[in-house]
Ligand binder design. Structure first.
Ligand code: C2O
Ligand code: CU
Ligand code: CU
Length: 433
């Protein structure tokens, strides 16, 4: 805490070298650590300040993905941090408990900077999440899982080469979880909560357990669900988060895996974009003796969803090719939409292409997914989110209340979170005034 009672965090972008693969060193980026970053944690209502210093010798930015905060603190492509400089955004945390994250957002370089490893998790707590009977001992039964795919060259360096025909950019054959290759986790309690973050640049995962047992999803991108949703599979596209609770019995080993996701593309589109790929993500080894935790509560939270009767405007976004929205590439000097602060809007986003998947992320708001392809969103999506998957030839209908404010100099962004697409221009800017 500083003299004004603010929680102060220091994060320094630095270069590192990590032995991901035995006997080979990989050059990386990280924040404080050689790769990724320590987790940041604060509670709803806290005032925070983060001193972000750039020691990587190239300009970059640091964006708070999932955080509701004024646009000049958002860390988008306009808030450049030059080499040697420190940028110190400060804000009051004003949102329910959620698993958010942070990553660079330099226009044209986001894929590269994130791929090198500069990213971390920012966990928000609130009164409700602190009092709920959920696994919540960090590192013991409340575990972050930052999942990324990589391709390595023979010398251990990161390869930025794409798979032939991939239209989403880099798809790696090796999986890192929290920067660890072939990881395992030793469970000491019968219930384990995983905060799963797809921090990959392009890959979509379809998580399940190797014996097909079910698990419970308790939170979406932007907070707890009303009640736990039982699932056997969970698809997450880049940027999306989910908190899940897995139950284990003494002495067993169960594997969290990613089975071929159904991307919704024709067979060759699946094939070249990771739709046929399968991975082991994490081996969960349960101890011979497990501490029994209470069953999950039936009611997790009361979610403040946007009110449909208050909608004043509907906007349409069509994702075109791999570099445009509504026919236009991102222009740092063009504001695409101006929204009145406090108003509620519907955003309809469509992906008309037959073979290419996208997703859609919006800064500064949390939205509710009302419909996917004209049908009510499935139960596990009925919470607040900030990123949503768009299969080939699909559309989603989102509703949000725009409560945060922007400065006319610093618009918020909306974009595809396939980072190659974002870098190529599938992004737009809006003001909330
Ligand atoms: Cu996680 Cu604008 O991005
Ligand atoms: Cu974001
Ligand atoms: Cu895209």
């Amino acid at each position: 805490l500083d003299s004004e009672g603010r929680k102060v965090f220091d994060l320094t972008f630095n270069q590192g070298e990590v032995e991901f693969l035995k006997g080979k060193l990989t050059e990386t980026w990280g924040l404080n650590d050689p790769y990724l970053s320590p987790t940041i944690r604060a509670s709803n209502g806290d005032s925070v300040v983060v001193n972000v210093t750039n020691k990587v010798g190239e300009k970059t930015t640091l964006h708070w993905h999932g955080m509701l905060l004024p646009s000049e603190m958002d860390g988008g492509p306009h808030q450049m941090i030059y080499p040697g400089e420190t940028w110190s955004p400060q804000w009051k945390v004003n949102q329910p408990a959620s698993t958010t994250w942070f990553h660079p957002h330099l226009h044209g370089e986001t894929e590269d900077h994130v791929y090198r490893g500069a990213a971390g998790m920012f966990i928000v707590d609130d009164e409700n999440s602190k009092s709920l009977e959920l696994p919540k001992e960090y590192g013991v039964n409340d575990i972050p899982l930052i999942i990324q795919d990589k391709n390595f060259n023979n010398d251990g360096s990161l390869s930025t080469g794409s798979k032939m025909f991939s239209n989403v950019g880099i798809l790696g054959d090796e999986i890192l979880v929290n920067g660890t290759h072939s990881p395992y986790f030793e469970a000491t309690t019968n219930l384990v909560r995983f905060r799963v973050l797809n921090a990959s640049t392009a890959r979509v995962y379809n998580f399940s357990l190797d014996d097909n047992r079910s698990f419970h999803m308790i939170a979406t991108d932007s907070g707890l669900l009303e009640s736990p949703v039982e699932l056997e599979e969970l698809m997450l596209s880049p940027g999306e988060r989910a908190e899940i609770v897995v139950e284990v019995v003494p002495g067993e080993t169960v594997i969290l895996q990613s089975k071929d996701p159904n991307l919704g593309a024709p067979f060759w589109g699946e094939r070249y974009n990771g739709g046929d790929d399968e991975f082991d993500i994490l081996e969960i080894r349960a101890n011979q003796k497990l501490t029994q935790l209470p069953d999950l509560p039936e009611k997790l939270a009361t979610i403040k969803l946007p009110n449909k009767d208050e909608v004043v405007e509907t906007r349409y976004f069509e994702l075109n090719g791999y570099d445009r929205i509504n026919g236009q590439e991102m222009d740092m000097n063009r504001v695409d939409h101006v929204i009145t602060a406090g108003s509620t809007e519907i955003w309809e986003v469509s992906n008309p292409r037959e073979e290419m998947y996208h997703n859609f992320h919006v800064h500064g708001i949390h939205f509710e997914v009302l419909e996917v392809n004209g049908e009510k969103a499935p139960a596990h999506m009925r919470g607040l989110k900030d990123t949503v998957y768009l299969a080939p030839n699909s559309k989603v209908k989102l509703i949000a209340r725009f409560e945060t404010y922007s400065d006319a100099n610093y618009p918020y962004m909306y974009h595809c979170h396939i980072l190659l697409h974002e870098d190529m221009g599938m992004m737009g800017q809006f003001l909330v005034v």
